[in-house]
Write a protein that binds this ligand. Sequence first.
Ligand SMILES: [Zn+2]
Ligand SMILES: [Zn+2]
Length: 153
Amino acid sequence: MGNADLYVCKKCGYEFYAATGIGMLFPSLCKRTVDEIRAGKYREEWQKLLEEHADVKVNCESDFFVCEECGTPKTDLNLSMYLPVHLKKDIPYAMPADLKNPRKYKLLAEYTHRCDKCNGVCKLVDEQERSTLKCPECTGEMQVDISRLMYWD
Ligand SMILES: [Zn+2]
Ligand SMILES: [Zn+2]
């Protein structure tokens, strides 16, 4: 089940809704995402990697990113690619926790996310860094509005 947090700037009221993790529809989301990569929705390089590696797995978890240039946060599919360490019978998708286990998978290529606003490079932020998130509008302190905490899916 995915998490959904509403971040609110204490100073100017800027709101950012962050849905992260994986939802109930994860298997179909994975399938659709791989189809979209194959169809060229994402970078050409990703399309090629998918063609070259039959057993590649894509991390379809929704992750939290922040633009390194302008500080705008966003959530997006992780999209990094992994290869299984040991050959096994083909499975249609892999859970993110397995992908991050170096005994099971190794990272093939990390997807670079771009900011929708300024096209700057976005970096992945972990739980810890999320708590010190700054407002992209006024650099005020952002706080999770727990009264509106919810789960998606
Ligand atoms: Zn603000
Ligand atoms: Zn930006």
